[in-house]
Design a protein around this ligand. Sequence first.
Ligand SMILES: [Zn+2]
Ligand SMILES: [Zn+2]
Length: 175
Amino acid sequence: MDMTGARELARALMDEHGLHRWSLEFDSAKRRAGLCRYDTRAISLSRPLTALYSPAEVRETVLHEIAHALAGPKAAHGPKWRRVAREIGATGQRCVAEDAPTVPAPWVGQCPAGHRHERFRRPTRPMSCTRCRPGFSVDHLVLWRFHGREVDLGSRYHSELADARARYRRPMLPL
Ligand SMILES: [Zn+2]
Ligand SMILES: [Zn+2]
């Protein structure tokens, strides 16, 4: 299926099922067709696999990921996810490559509001929580742990963080 058609189909299905505030992305994965990203509220489709799929297969992939978005991260591929998938019209058949197995990410971060973020690579730059506020904000900084432990993220990280703090510091308003 061509990308324009896939984009329109996916967007229409996402809106139909209430995911108006979720974004649609494309990635270059070759072993899984789709991905549901709870941290950034995005559904991502593999460009190379989408190009190979029929419209029916793309539709199935998108519905599979929409069901993940609606069922929540804890449902995985369990009964709750299967029920939602059937309700929204996914066949539930494995006609397309299964999405990525849920390998736990070694880097887990939390913003001050408790939103969870995961990374497979060491964060090299300060990151703030986009669920709390779009764009960088030192007030919504994500604090990272590696396999549950606090670790030093290195001098580059610290100097960028110091710069960011200096840049974004606002004068305290008198109460
Ligand atoms: Zn899945
Ligand atoms: Zn947050």
